[in-house]
Design a protein around this ligand. Structure first.
Ligand code: SF4
Ligand code: SF4
Length: 196
């Protein structure tokens, strides 16, 4: 994938954004980045990213929120931790990727039909409402919201799953799913208030 090279202006920066990200656990050392590029060189998927990990660290640190949260990079990150292990400044790049993903979903700034954020969002919604995940329902929701044509093309697989009894016909649920929603809301409030 071609790396984006565009001129950025100071007026486009959200100056509170770096602090917001650095308030998340594991992200505190972002300002220490020396732009050495070791993370980009180590990353096994950087060639497919729109911004390399080094570029993403620079964009985040400089407050280019829209670019950082809207990038494909955060969704292509395979969480292999290779960059985190090699970073000479001990920056937890993988944790920063997670913080950016989480914020992108909270603010609705993510590539809308890209399957990975759609899957993450549907997964969260299902866990929040039912306390459990029913895999085939999750897959169907992901396909319908990201690529409905692909959903139709997988009809044979669906049929085979039904024939072999591997297809759940109703959503699995814990006994008191509301408790899960309360738990998740509490965890969110804890982070927003900087309590963790
Ligand atoms: S390896 Fe660490 S210091 Fe070097 S560019 Fe990446 S985040 Fe910055
Ligand atoms: S954790 Fe993500 S960004 Fe870091 S090397 Fe692995 S895939 Fe690349």
């Amino acid at each position: 994938m071609a790396i984006k090279q565009t001129i950025k202006y100071d007026s486009e920066r959200d100056k509170s954004f770096p602090q917001e990200i650095m308030s998340r656990p594991g992200c505190e050392k972002l300002y220490g980045c020396i732009q050495c590029g070791t993370c980009s060189a180590t990353c096994p998927v950087s060639t497919y990213m729109d911004y390399t990990p080094r570029q993403l660290m620079a964009l985040t640190r400089a407050g280019f929120k829209k670019e950082a949260l809207g990038s494909l990079t955060i969704w292509l990150c395979a969480s292999c931790y290779a960059c985190t292990v090699e970073c000479p400044k001990e920056i937890k790049i993988t944790d920063i990727m997670y913080a950016l993903k989480r914020q992108a979903i909270q603010e609705g700034i993510y590539p809308k039909r890209f399957p990975i954020p759609v899957l993450a969002r549907e997964f969260y919604n299902m866990v929040r409402s039912k306390g459990r995940v029913t895999e085939n329902f999750l897959a169907v929701m992901m396909f319908l919201k990201s690529n409905p044509i692909a959903a139709i093309k997988t009809w044979k697989l669906g049929l085979n799953l039904m024939r072999t009894g591997r297809f759940a016909y109703k959503l699995d649920s814990m006994k008191q799913p509301a408790k899960m929603a309360t738990l998740l809301d509490k965890a969110d409030t804890g982070w927003k208030g900087g309590a963790r």
